[in-house]
Design a protein around this ligand. Structure first.
Ligand SMILES: [Zn+2]
Length: 310
């Protein structure tokens, strides 16, 4: 992997490239071609201005209210008909999408030098470093993961007064999360429900890279922070699904655009899934949806299920 510091006051943890290499699994195709560039908060906000995500409490409340209205005895019964799904999804977007958050990391494909604060004509101190970094970015077709160590440190300090270990773990988590976006390459113009699915998937892939109890403690604390939008916290949805279909297969289906077929009809709560059953449910559900609004409804339905896991 390639990692360079543009203007952050906090360096990368020692041995980070070894840790990434050891754990990257299917993301190895990305790591060689997508440099990680460290930037301060100001530069990060220029590259990726603060975004808006979903409030988990609000989603849960809204859905439980909906089920009560419908007088459904079993709250696990999800929206069924396409029109219902559409109505609930619109309500979730309208009422629950209000958590403002600043980016800790971001994957982008074409950031101009001016946004990075790099003036290639500047002859002042730091020019050499900026130019070398810009060369790295150009050589990799401007596909870059930007990461803000200052914000990683803020999160680490919320977990422990001795932040070194949480800092290292969250730093690593952000790299894997962003590498997953780079692997999927669906771009940044996602529809709202697509973005919920992709963020929770990237979180699930990154979470799965950790195995020791101290790492899992740190990452779980980080991901359960109330300030974090629901879509980042609801990775457990995919952890459950991945007991029937490996995460790499899920990510690959998402990348190719046929995930909805496979997952929407799954009765994952009961968890009596064999792959045959899984396909049967998936396709039966698809046929039902295909009559009217098709895939869009299935994906909205999927996004609702994801958010319920936050
Ligand atoms: Zn993300």
């Amino acid at each position: 992997m390639i990692i360079s510091n543009l203007n952050s006051s906090i360096p990368a943890p020692d041995g980070i490239d070894r840790k990434v290499t050891e754990r990257m699994s299917f993301l190895n195709t990305v790591a060689d071609h997508v440099p990680v560039i460290l930037v301060n908060e100001e530069t990060m906000d220029r590259i990726c201005p603060p975004g808006i995500g979903y409030d988990a409490h609000c989603v849960r409340e809204l859905l439980s209210q909906y089920y009560q209205e419908k007088k459904l005895a079993d709250a696990k019964d999800y929206p069924g008909k396409p029109e219902e799904t559409e109505r609930i999804w619109d309500r979730i977007v309208e009422k629950c999408r209000h958590v403002v958050f600043s980016a800790i990391g971001v994957y982008t494909e074409n950031i101009p030098p001016v946004l990075l604060g790099i003036d290639l004509k500047d002859t002042g101190i730091g020019k050499k470093n900026s130019e070398t970094i810009w060369e790295t970015i150009e050589n990799n077709s401007r596909k870059v993961v930007y990461l803000c160590p200052e914000r990683v440190m803020e999160e680490a300090l919320e977990i422990s007064k001795k932040p070194q270990n949480p800092f290292d773990d969250i730093f690593l988590y952000i790299i894997f999360h962003e590498y997953t976006h780079a692997f999927i390459t669906k771009g940044t113009n996602l529809k709202k429900y697509e973005s919920v699915i992709e963020e929770s998937l990237a979180a699930a892939v990154a979470y799965q890279r950790f195995s020791t109890s101290s790492e899992i403690y740190n990452i779980s604390r980080f991901l359960s922070n109330d300030k974090l939008p629901a879509e980042y916290r609801s990775f457990t949805f995919w952890t459950e699904i991945s007991r029937a279909l490996p995460l790499i297969a899920i990510v690959d289906k998402w990348k190719r655009g046929d995930l909805a077929f496979s997952v929407v009809g799954m009765d994952f709560d009961d968890f009596l899934i064999s792959s045959d059953l899984f396909l049967e449910y998936g396709f039966a559900h698809f046929r039902r949806f295909n009559d009217s609004k098709g895939e869009e409804s299935m994906l909205e339905n999927l996004a609702i299920r994801v958010l319920m896991h936050a």
